[in-house]
Write a protein that binds this ligand. Structure first.
Ligand SMILES: CC(C)(COP(=O)(O)OP(=O)(O)OC[C@H]1O[C@@H](n2cnc3c(N)ncnc32)[C@H](O)[C@@H]1OP(=O)(O)O)[C@@H](O)C(=O)NCCC(=O)NCCS
Length: 168
């Protein structure tokens, strides 16, 4: 028995999505809202980016840069005083890039109701100390849902790269 840090698995053998998943909770304060008392979209996008980056950094043990955020729909307003819970989990890894799904839930503390308000797919690239892309451990999906997400992520990635090649 030792007290030092525990390495979850050998980096070269890969890691399951559960090893890096992140849960982050924020309380919606007045400074996070518009004049109607609803959460600002930009603030939510910032939290999504942070939660996703933490999961990607945990997986790769690297600093990461955001390279793509898929479309984001705002289905329900989140009100001042509610809790926003963000659950981020890796869905796919390439050589240096990683896709993370971030699910956003709003919890009303008075009623206890929790609703899924947003879902976003964000792509990050792991960087070395000079800011160059660097290989990441492969993702090892375990559950049926994780295996399905991994296959679907390939299609999302090819759409993104098509978009990237058109735009630049
Ligand atoms: C991250 C960065 C250094 C990568 O450089 P690059 O020249 O694009 O490097 P590459 O072409 O080798 O791409 C690296 C990986 O990202 C992927 N990628 C790049 N752009 C992408 C996009 N729009 N969508 C999906 N994946 C993308 C590539 O496919 C590659 O993946 P792989 O190694 O898993 O096959 C560069 O794009 C950059 O600095 N971007 C700006 C990042 C930023 O400022 N973000 C906001 C603040 S964090």
């Amino acid at each position: 028995m030792h007290d030092g840090p525990v390495q979850y698995v050998n980096l070269h053998e890969g890691k399951p999505p559960s090893a890096s998943q992140v849960e982050m909770t924020e309380l919606v304060l007045p400074n996070d809202t518009n004049l109607l008392g609803n959460l600002l979209g930009g603030r939510l996008m910032h939290w999504i980016d942070i939660a996703g980056a933490m999961a990607a950094s945990r997986h790769s043990n690297r600093v990461v840069a955001t390279v793509a955020l898929d479309s984001l729909d705002f289905r329900h307003p989140v009100r001042m005083g509610e809790l926003v819970m963000l659950k981020a989990k890796l869905t796919w890894t390439g050589r240096t890039s990683m896709e993370v799904v971030v699910r956003v839930y709003a919890e009303n503390l008075k009623t206890g109701s929790v609703i899924l308000t947003n879902k976003a797919y964000v792509t990050y690239v792991a960087l070395d100390d000079e800011g160059n892309p660097v290989p990441v451990p492969p993702l090892l999906p375990e559950t049926d849902e994780e295996k399905k997400e991994f296959i679907e992520a390939e299609a999302r990635r090819s759409e993104r790269l098509k978009r990237r090649n058109k735009e630049v």
